[in-house]
Design a protein around this ligand. Structure first.
Ligand SMILES: Nc1ncnc2c1ncn2[C@@H]1O[C@H](COP(=O)(O)OP(=O)(O)OP(=O)(O)O)[C@@H](O)[C@H]1O
Length: 611
């Protein structure tokens, strides 16, 4: 199970929780700083400069109007030069204002891109350290998905937080002016805005709860979309006539999203209109008051424009800031998913004083009463499993589907750790060895190996990525798996792009892909080679040749072969027959046949099929 982590309850997010989610902001700033220190500094500096602009523009505007009024009304007073200086200053401020806005947008977009790349990389790096079991847990997977999806959301949030700071400073400037004139205006301002803020915050928390509760369905929707239109699924979709089935599932899911989302959007819009009318009433009440003060001679016309402008800007700034606050706190709550994701720690780790993998292996592997249960399953995939794999021994694992063969191999590679018993290597628990070293010394090709949509060469080199530039090694590995012959037939040879997704790639047949994948096992000088149904798709001649080479290559090395073909399994020194996760029989081909047990039964069944 994934580590239990604290999450904010989905349904009702209170204002307090919203405020407390802001504690996640320092983590955001840390990430921003790490993604680009220089751009972070530039962005902050530009925003501080920009925040002084509204009040400066209004104030110079006031001075201009007062000067014009003086010039207009008195023949003697007034200074034309000063007026032109003020107009010049206003012009300069307007240009600065525009330039600063553009520079801020540019820095934000550059910083946002860098930030989202940086966080994507961090997510990938952390995901790589986690256990296979964690990926199979749907709660974990949803968390990963949310952390991933919000990469773009987080860079938007970043610019919102920055704008919030900028507006806060602008507000401080404007408020100073307003307070100097009449503090009661501020009260009017606040009263007009509070309902709108409460409404925004209520609907944002509803939105968050809704979109969070939709995460699993959203994943399914993505999957259905992929099923409905992808080169990998097109074949079966056509043959089985699945198109309507898939489209209908999509319609059901997307229809539900649409209904839920639109209901909320409509309610939000109705309430939003009502609150905004309240805001407008507040503004005009203040405006009327200022006009009255000017007409009665208590204030100048310049003051009227300054105060009315300040009031309007303050009211729209406060409204934006308050609704942005709900968005920022929303983002900060989402940020919790991101932080939680990084708190998940793998359980399968290397110990402090890890032992190096023995070279050569002396006494081999010993399974002692090993039992393993997948976390999401009631059944034991392996139970009471005891056997040895000696150095240089070739072991075959046979058994019906689901008997636990692949699971055994995963335990050997520590993709999982046993729930019962232990696995020893040269007399010491497998857990005491260096994990990377262990995996480097095992050459495993799984049944469901990846068909990388990359070049032929890269598809083999991934078997030992440190040697990616070692062309000789790649070619030698390809020769051993018979992939070299195949490369010669491809137009681009080793540089041929495989798969249909990119660069005019060529699709290979099942057996051809298997030859390519098999070559990965030969890329490392691994001490134990494990092939899980490696030749199931190969034709008889190719299989024979592959095994000849495999036998030569593995001289002195241990090997584990999982195969449903008894013609392959019989080549092993010893055969383990698994049933329902436990060891049923063990011995050479001849011994097992003579014993007349399960192996003999399955072997004869297969042999009959060939007669
Ligand atoms: N990731 C998983 N999560 C839950 N259960 C799993 C998982 N992988 C395998 N199992 C279950 O564990 C049991 C053993 O599976 P395993 O893949 O080891 O069988 P196998 O002998 O390799 O089968 P096959 O011959 O079909 O490849 C099966 O019952 C299977 O359903």
């Amino acid at each position: 199970m994934a580590k239990k982590i604290n999450t904010i309850p989905v349904e009702n997010i209170t204002f307090k929780e919203r405020l407390s989610s802001l504690r996640n902001l320092p983590s955001l700033f840390k990430l921003v700083w790490q993604s680009s220190p220089s751009k972070t500094i530039i962005s902050f500096t530009l925003r501080i400069l920009r925040s002084a602009m509204p009040v400066a523009l209004l104030y110079v505007g006031k001075l201009i109007i007062d000067e014009v009024v003086v010039l207009h009304t008195s023949a003697s007073g007034g200074n034309m030069n000063r007026l032109w200086e003020l107009v010049g200053l206003q012009f300069f401020l307007a240009i600065m204002n525009d330039a600063l806005s553009r520079m801020i947008n540019l820095t934000d977009s550059l910083l946002g891109d860098q930030f989202s790349n940086y966080t994507s990389i961090k997510i990938m790096e952390h995901a790589a350290t986690l256990d296979l079991e964690q990926f199979e847990d749907s709660v974990f997977y949803d968390k990963l998905e949310r952390a991933r999806q919000q990469t773009v959301g987080r860079s938007v949030m970043l610019s919102q937080v920055m704008s919030q700071i900028q507006d806060l400073i602008s507000m401080a400037f404007l408020l100073t002016g307003l307070i100097a004139f009449n503090p009661w205006l501020i009260l009017l301002l606040v009263l007009a805005i509070i309902p709108s803020f409460l409404g925004e915050s209520y609907f944002n928390s509803k939105n968050y709860a809704l979109s969070r509760s939709q995460t699993p369905e959203r994943r399914e929707l993505d999957y259905v979309r992929y099923l409905g239109a992808s080169d990998e699924t097109a074949k079966e979709v056509k043959i089985f006539g699945l198109s309507d089935f898939i489209v209908n599932r999509f319609k059901t899911l997307s229809g539900k999203f649409y209904r839920d989302n639109s209901k909320l959007a409509i309610r939000r819009s109705i309430w939003g209109t009502f609150f905004s009318i309240l805001g407008t009433i507040g503004y005009y009440a203040a405006y009327g008051f200022i006009v009255y003060e000017t007409v009665t001679g208590k204030s100048t016309v310049g003051n009227l424009t300054f105060l009315a402008g300040s009031f309007r800007q303050l009211s729209s700034l406060m409204e934006t800031m308050l609704s942005r606050f709900t968005m920022v706190s929303q983002g900060a709550i989402y940020l919790q998913d991101f932080i939680d994701f990084f708190e998940i720690q793998p359980k399968i780790t290397k110990p402090k004083d890890a032992l190096p993998f023995p070279n050569p292996i002396k006494s081999g592997f010993v399974f002692e009463n090993v039992g393993f249960q997948y976390h999401n399953s009631e059944r034991w995939a392996n139970r009471n499993l005891s056997f040895e794999l000696k150095p240089g021994e070739k072991l075959a694992l046979v058994g019906e589907n689901g008997a636990g063969k692949t699971t055994l191999v995963k335990l050997l590679a520590r993709l999982y750790d046993p729930n019962e018993g232990r696995i020893l290597l040269d007399g010491k628990d497998l857990k005491s060895y260096d994990l990377d070293d262990l995996r480097h010394n095992l050459g495993i090709i799984f049944q469901d190996y990846i068909r990388y949509q990359m070049t032929f060469y890269q598809n083999i080199a991934v078997g030992n990525i440190k040697e990616i530039d070692n062309e000789e090694l790649v070619k030698a590995a390809a020769e051993l798996s018979l992939a070299d012959e195949l490369a010669q037939k491809l137009p681009g040879a080793y540089q041929q792009w495989l798969g249909r997704k990119f660069n005019d790639g060529i699709e290979l047949s099942g057996g051809e892909w298997q030859k390519v994948a098999l070559a990965r096992a030969y890329m490392k000088d691994a001490q134990v080679l494990i092939l899980d149904e490696p030749t199931s798709a190969l034709d008889a001649r190719a299989e024979y040749e592959v095994f000849q080479r495999f036998a030569q290559l593995t001289t002195g090395k241990s090997a584990v072969l999982i195969s449903h073909r008894f013609s392959t399994a019989r080549l092993a020194d010893r055969i383990l027959v698994l049933e329902k996760g436990t060891l049923l029989e063990s011995g050479t081909h001849e011994q097992l046949l003579a014993a007349g047990g399960k192996y003999a039964e399955l072997f004869n069944l297969q042999a009959k099929g060939y007669k």
